[in-house]
Design a protein. Structure first.
Length: 654
């Protein structure tokens, strides 16, 4: 059966390898690579008949991987950490390339091979890091945002590296050749953004009107591969064109649907790519060069980790962030395989260097979950060392932080809560990791600690173990979960109130033993409802009961608020007793009269409980109090009694 048999062998082997990797809590791509080694030409046993055919199909996998990367790319993801991502990541890559180049020369590789080595090890793994962060509950923290921002830029840098590195081996290569390639890429980019931004979405819109999901998936795949082939035809990288096509579509109305539809196709061809990567690895190389591989793993990991820590520190990130970045991004990533395959196919990368980089990458990727999981323990030990710099804080007196309020997040909600507690003289502290917000809290004179509230050390600095209440103001449920877990580890008696943006988030937080979950949008709706019902004569206590039932229903505790509407409707017009404010008009017969002489209760049944004059409120005014023009009179009674008082206050004109 030829290629069909080879595909069956690869897919079955990849399934087995992926299941084994998953059971061992490793990324499935490691299982795919090991499957490729098992069915490759260097191991014997069941072997594919033509690795060349698989490699040709793997090229489609590379293109679809970068097409998916383009669809997922968004500048909005980089906004919170744009400086360290857009400037720090290129700096880290340049430093790592230089470090790898020097290490390659020490190992005896020539200059070009050493440059390839530096470029390959400068890339880290998005897949492995995401899995590690999710399993550790750190996804959404400041450290994770810094790492993912840098990874996005690293992944984007693969494209120019794929264009530039193979040309370094061409005879007569110089700045002119590089300039020509850059001009071609720029011209293609310009054409894509001028024509593609209109043409490609229009094609998908036209296909979508047919109402066929199969045709839409086919159209998305055609766009990605078709644009890639167009770039190949003009002398640029096939994968580069696919990436640009994804970027163009990501900004259209069909970007999200295109991404969700292309994922299964991408993953299938991606499987073939990672398996083809393993086919090129000879296990005998690992046995014969075990000491070299071990040296490479140690030296490259330590060097890369040190560079990441230094770069993040250079861009103003302190505390746990440099350590977390170093231990999370020290590995060699999956896009190094993409780049390495380009070098092998082009003849720029020797088989020995390929095997060395691939082996180092596999080992470092397998070590990532273990090393990343050590971040908190290492940081805790550093905090206890005599020379460790304490967390920055302002207006925080440790002796007053007992039975206080900890506010996680100094955004709009957190800052306002802090302002209220500050003016009331209640002990509190705000935890904020954004430097600009922290400076704003400082300018207002509010008590604050700079740091990420998902980290135990930061909560300890805020004395969360002695606090009475923790208010989590972040809208991100993953961050909220991480904060709550850390806080619960410090104090089991701590009451926690968290924020959630919708009912789905409320359900996700249901198992965290929270005292209350607040939905800002729901509370705004309930307040507008309260304002409306008060002005139509519904008693405040009934409104409060209804609002409370709605909140309980959102938490899944009750669904009776709809039935309560019938009870509310039956009592509103007859028995509701409420407070209503009415202004004394100039023509009122009560102007200049005392409350005693007006005999309001006997004549209307309503009671005057307060009078507001010139901003001052007088509760339960004396019987001798005289009413004046412009007074706001607070009257308690049923709607009928309040109506009788309104008629007494301003009789209708004849």
């Amino acid at each position: 059966m030829g290629i069909a048999t080879d595909l069956i062998i690869v897919v079955v082997a990849a399934l087995v390898g992926g299941l084994v990797a998953h059971r061992l809590r490793q990324p499935v791509i490691l299982g795919y690579i090991l499957a490729g080694i098992a069915v490759g030409p260097h191991t014997g046993g069941i072997t594919v008949s033509s690795t060349t055919d698989i490699e040709h199909l793997a090229e489609i996998g590379v293109a679809l991987l970068l097409f998916g990367l383009g669809l997922e790319f968004s500048l909005k993801k980089l906004a919170p950490v744009r400086k360290v991502a857009l400037l720090g990541a290129p700096l880290q890559m340049l430093l790592t390339i230089g470090f790898g180049f020097g290490f390659g020369r020490l190992l005896g590789f020539d200059s070009l091979s050493s440059l390839w080595l530096g470029a390959l090890v400068s890339l880290s793994s998005t897949m492995v890091l995401l899995k590690a962060l999710m399993s550790q509950g750190w996804l959404g923290t400041l450290s994770s945002r810094v790492m993912l921002g840098m990874l996005i830029v690293q992944d984007l840098a693969v494209v120019p590296l794929m264009i530039t590195l193979p040309k370094l081996d061409e005879p007569g290569f110089g700045l002119s050749s590089l300039g020509i390639a850059a001009l071609k890429a720029a011209a293609f980019l310009g054409a894509m953004f001028l024509l593609g931004t209109r043409l490609l979405p229009a094609i998908l819109k036209w296909v979508a009107r047919a109402g066929s999901k199969e045709l839409f998936v086919l159209a998305v795949t055609t766009v990605g591969l078709g644009v890639g082939y167009a770039t190949h035809a003009v002398g640029l990288s096939f994968a580069f064109g696919a990436f640009i096509a994804g970027m163009v579509l990501s900004e259209s109305d069909y970007g999200h649907q295109a991404l969700s539809d292309i994922v299964p196709v991408r993953d299938l061809f991606g499987l073939l790519f990672f398996a083809s990567v393993g086919m090129l690895l000879d296990p005998r190389y690992l046995l014969e060069h075990a000491r070299l591989v071990a040296t490479g793993v140690v030296v490259l990991s330590l060097g890369k980790a040190g560079i990441f820590a230094g770069v993040t520190r250079l861009f103003g990130y302190g505390n746990v962030v440099p350590l977390a970045t170093a231990l999370g991004l020290f590995q060699v990533g999956e896009f190094a395989f993409v780049l390495a395959r380009v070098g092998v196919d082009d003849g720029s990368l020797s088989h020995d260097l390929y095997s060395f980089v691939l082996t180092v990458a596999i080992v470092t990727m397998a070590l990532t979950p273990v090393m990343s999981g050590m971040t908190e323990r290492i940081y805790a030990r550093r905090r206890k060392s005599p020379g460790f710099q304490p967390l920055q804080n302002i207006n925080v007196a440790s002796d007053t932080l007992k039975d206080h309020v900890v506010i996680a997040g100094g955004g709009r909600h957190g800052r306002r809560i802090g302002e209220v507690l500050h003016h009331l003289g209640r002990p509190y502290v705000v935890v904020e990791h954004d430097q600009r917000r922290f400076q704003g809290l400082k300018d207002q004179g509010l008590a604050a600690v700079f740091g990420d509230a998902t980290q135990e050390s930061v909560l300890e600095a805020a004395h969360a173990h002695d606090a009475k209440l923790l208010l989590v103001t972040t809208p991100d449920t993953q961050v909220t979960s991480a904060i709550v877990r850390q806080a619960r580890g410090l104090s089991s008696r701590l009451e926690i109130v968290a924020r959630a943006d919708d009912a789905k988030d409320v359900q996700e937080l249901a198992g965290l033993e929270l005292a209350e979950v607040v939905q800002p949008e729901l509370e705004a709706a309930l307040e507008m409802m309260r304002q409306g019902l008060v002005r139509t004569g519904v008693a405040p206590e009934q409104i409060h009961e209804y609002a409370d039932r709605v909140r309980r229903a959102q938490r899944g505790e009750s669904a009776s608020y709809v039935a309560y509407l019938g009870e509310l409707a039956s009592t509103t017009s007859t028995t509701s007793v409420a407070l209503r404010w009415m202004e004394v008009p100039p023509e009122s017969p009560l102007v200049g009269t005392t409350l005693a002489s007006a005999d309001i209760r006997a004549r209307t049944g309503a009671s005057v409980v307060a009078v507001r004059r010139s901003g001052d409120v007088m509760l339960n005014p004396e019987a001798s109090f005289e009413l004046s023009v412009g007074d706001d009179v607070g009257v308690v009674g049923t709607p009928a009694q309040q109506g009788a008082f309104a008629a007494l206050l301003a009789p209708p004109a004849e």
